[in-house]
Design a protein around this ligand. Structure first.
Ligand code: SAM
Length: 266
């Protein structure tokens, strides 16, 4: 049987010109922004972004596309093409290189690595002013979910630590070439500093704590945390927060997780 055609490196190019400009309008770019674009592809959206910003650093993994982009933008000083894997790219170093304190991240993401990309970006949260990411609609819903809702989970809480993501625009499969199997949505993030109760330099520890909380989807939070902390201590802290002992992690707000963390891991 012939194999179904699978675009390599998640290459679904945004072919619909109306969606290109609707997306760029929704980003809220500022004239002094340094934009790091993830996966510029053939550079369909890059000039629209460059027109609204000071500089674009466009990070493309595919060497053939990167060469095409270098050719296309050789007369455009505001676009610098970087042939690299975004997952191995030091975003703070790009900011330093372009003398920017912070950057704006934009990308029509390659969906096969959406989650690793978001985790990588959040590692550089302190160097990011805002982000606009085109992702699968279900990931967008997870990022913007409310506690207790079906989509709320680990990624929601982690993203909420650094931003209040909201879904700005939905994009149908027909806007891309080739069309993906899923619907897409643009999620916008205005970044903020993590809550001071986490403690300086303890974001990674909080991330590990969150992973413990969400480790077993169907287990009570108490049982998840009792694997790492004395059960009685966890019970005490949950009671102090007025969280029912049978609650699951999906029912707690970011604020609850921060209180629990700062009391259980002082
Ligand atoms: N921005 C273009 C557009 O909207 O038409 C292309 C978007 S396409 C969904 C994703 C792009 O990301 C492709 O150009 C692909 O080659 C690139 N890509 C895939 N993996 C990457 C990685 N790890 N680092 C950087 N770019 C990557």
């Amino acid at each position: 049987m012939p194999k179904p055609r699978r675009p390599k490196l998640g290459q679904h190019f945004l072919a619909d010109v109306r969606y290109r400009s609707r997306i760029v309008q929704a980003l809220g770019l500022r004239p002094d922004d340094l934009v790091i674009e993830i996966g510029p592809g053939h550079g369909a959206i890059t000039p629209l972004v460059a027109a609204q910003a000071r500089q674009v650093a466009a990070v493309e993994l595919d060497p053939a596309l990167a060469a095409e982009l270098q050719q296309k933008f050789q007369q455009e000083p505001r676009v610098e093409v970087i042939n690299a894997d975004i997952l191995a790219t030091d975003l703070a170093a790009i900011c330093r290189r372009f003398q920017a304190r912070e950057c704006f991240i934009f990308g029509n993401l390659p969906y096969y690595i959406t989650s690793p990309i978001i985790h990588h970006l959040l590692e550089f949260a302190g160097s990011i002013r805002a982000m606009g990411l085109l992702v699968q609609r279900e990931v967008a819903e997870r990022l913007a979910a409310r506690p207790g809702s079906r989509d709320y989970g680990y990624l929601t809480v982690l993203a909420g630590l650094y931003a209040s993501p909201h879904v700005a625009l939905e994009v149908p499969p027909g806007a891309f070439s080739p069309p993906p199997k899923v619907h897409s949505a643009l999620v916008c993030f205005e970044m903020h500093s993590p809550d001071a109760r986490i403690g300086r330099g303890r974001e990674r520890k909080f991330q590990t704590f969150l992973k413990q909380c969400f480790a077993h989807k169907r287990k009570k939070l108490l049982n998840c945390l009792a694997e790492a902390y004395p059960r009685e201590r966890v019970e005490q802290e949950l009671e102090r927060l007025n969280v029912p002992l049978k609650a699951r992690a999906e029912q707690l707000s970011l604020n609850d997780f921060i209180s629990l963390f700062s009391n259980l891991c002082p």
